[in-house]
Each structure stands twice: as structure tokens, then as C-alpha cells.
Design a protein around this ligand. Structure first.
Ligand code: SAM
Length: 277
């Protein structure tokens, strides 16, 4: 019979945050697959658990997935942990979960600490609906697209960022989120845990030399979808604006009416401009 795959969350700072179930699971499995075996060894030593460890990180995920799936099919029970928090969430683990599903291996999540949820619940931001962005892409084009998504998003947004990139990311966000409030949640569950709220400009004045780990939470956009669309259209030239409606299939009369309304112009003015087209 195949073994079971346990996806085990571990503390993001405070070791007391490990759950009883996580401890029992780590004690009972045959193997622990860890993002950084040295890091996990510290946790296991603290818990007085001794287990065979296999490294499973971003750079060997594909090869190790096969190896671990074989071990699971041989009947071994395996726990997957990352350096801190919940595996799979901006951490390795997604591949083995997908493969295990294909092989009909039972997957058992062991929930626990996760930086995004820990930050959100104490941030005061609207938590009814939120989007987790994770780390912004490094690739220029993908990053630009993601920033565009952030600009137009209506709900609370959550990002992860490394301390040495925080100031640059705040600078990039400044131009697109306007005066929306931001919460910086730092060193969660640790001695120097702190939450700072303000506009990006205010936070930039406050944070000169970022240290520790950060979660960035951006206030939901109070503007309606229609207001955002209108702003985007009005940032186009009048010709581009016309073309936008043309491409969605409106006829000339309708387009002129709409462009005039969007831009708060007189219909005749717009009509004259496009008369010859
Ligand atoms: N899987 C983890 C989780 O469940 O949150 C996240 C791993 S990701 C590689 C690491 C990022 O999570 C950090 O760069 C930071 O943005 C955030 N993070 C992790 N621990 C944190 C903490 N104690 N305080 C603030 N942010 C933290």
C-alpha cells in the first residue's frame, strides 16, 4: 500500500507556534523532505525528533519529486516542510502535490503558521476578499503586468518581499496605488514584530534601512470597476479611446456618444473630430 504525503506547516519565527499535530506527524513519518535540511534540523533538534531528511528545494524539485513519489509508492510516509511557514505558499511543494494527486497518493495538509494570514489578521485591512500576490516577478515584462494588475485590483492585496528589495518595491508601488494605505508587517511572531500603516510616502520616510522579513498589505481600492475603467480610458488619446470602442464593435454614433460622455466633452466636438473618418 502507498504511503501518505503530509504537507506540514512550521513556525515563521516563534517555535511555540508549531502545532501538536505537526509534532506528532514529524515524529511518526518515515522521512522528512525539507527545503533546507540544516534549517529543519534546528527545528527537529528543538523538538527532540530524529528522522532521515531529504532535501527538496526549488532547484531540485523535479528530480526529488520523482524520488519521493517512488518512496511513497513503496509505502513510506513522508512529511514535507519548508524553511518556515506553510509549504507550497511561495515555497517548494507544488510539484510533489500535483504528482501525488496523479498517483492517487493520499495528501494530508497539516495547517499552521503562514506569514500572509498572520499579517492580514492583525493589519486592520479588509479580509473579506483578498488577493495574494506573493513575490513580484523579477522579469521586467511580467513585473509590469503584475503591477498593472495591482493598479486595477479592487480588493486587499498581499505581497511578500525581501528586505533588500523592499525600498525599490515601495517606490514602484507608489506611482500605481495613489493614496491607498499600506501595512508593512515585519518580523511576525518574533521579538521585533511590528506593524506600520501609512501611505507609501509616509512609510518611505519611516523606513530607511529595512531589516528582517516583511509582508506588504495594500488597502483595497475603493474606486469602482467603472471608475477604474474610465480613468484608464481617459488616460488614452481621444483617437485611442475611439479605437477601443471601435474594436469592441460599436458603431460610429454610439462611439461618439460614449467618448463624449467618458471625457465630459460636447458630443458635437467629438463628432467634428471624427467626421472625416
Ligand atoms: N511559506 C511561507 C509562508 O507560509 O508564509 C513563505 C515563504 S517565502 C519564501 C518567505 C517570505 O514570507 C518572506 O520574504 C516574507 O515576505 C514572508 N515572511 C515569512 N516569515 C515572515 C515573518 N516572520 N514576518 C514577516 N514576513 C515573513
Amino acid at each position: 500500500m502507498a504511503g501518505e504525503l503530509y504537507i506540514v506547516a512550521t513556525p515563521i519565527g516563534n517555535l511555540e507556534d508549531i502545532t501538536l499535530r505537526a509534532i506528532r506527524t514529524l515524529k511518526e513519518v518515515d522521512i522528512i523532505a525539507a527545503e533546507d535540511t540544516r534549517q529543519t534540523l534546528k527545528l527537529l533538534n528543538h523538538l527532540e525528533i530524529s528522522k532521515p531528511l531529504i532535501s527538496y528545494h526549488r532547484h531540485n524539485e523535479e528530480i526529488k519529486t520523482k524520488e519521493l513519489i517512488n518512496k511513497l509508492l513503496e509505502g513510506k510516509n513522508i512529511a514535507l516542510v519548508s524553511d518556515a511557514g506553510t509549504p507550497v505558499i511561495s515555497d517548494p511543494g507544488g510539484e510533489i502535490v500535483k504528482e501525488a494527486i496523479k498517483e492517487e497518493i493520499k495528501i494530508i495538509p497539516i495547517p499552521g503558521p503562514c506569514a500572509l494570514i498572520t499579517a492580514l489578521i492583525a493589519s486592520g485591512m479588509d479580509a473579506k476578499e483578498f488577493t495574494f500576490i506573493g513575490f513580484l516577478p523579477q522579469n521586467k515584462k511580467n513585473r509590469k503586468e503584475k503591477l498593472e494588475q495591482i493598479k486595477n485590483a479592487e480588493n486587499t492585496l498581499i505581497l511578500y518581499e525581501a528586505p533588500h528589495k523592499l525600498l525599490q518595491t515601495l517606490e514602484e508601488l507608489k506611482s500605481i496605488i495613489d493614496k491607498r494605505k499600506v501595512v508593512l508587517a515585519r518580523e511576525l511572531t518574533k521579538i521585533h514584530e511590528e506593524f506600520k500603516m501609512g501611505t507609501i510616502e509616509e512609510l518611505q520616510k519611516d523606513i530607511i534601512n529595512p531589516k528582517g522579513e516583511y509582508v506588504i498589505i495594500i488597502e483595497k481600492n475603493e474606486k469602482t470597476r467603472r471608475q477604474i475603467k474610465l480613468e484608464n480610458l481617459n488616460n488614452l488619446t481621444i483617437e485611442e479611446h475611439y479605437k477601443y470602442y471601435e474594436e469592441i464593435g460599436l458603431d460610429k454614433k454610439e462611439i461618439i456618444k460614449k467618448v463624449a460622455k467618458d471625457r465630459n466633452l460636447n458630443k458635437n466636438e467629438v463628432y467634428k473630430k471624427f467626421l472625416k473618418q
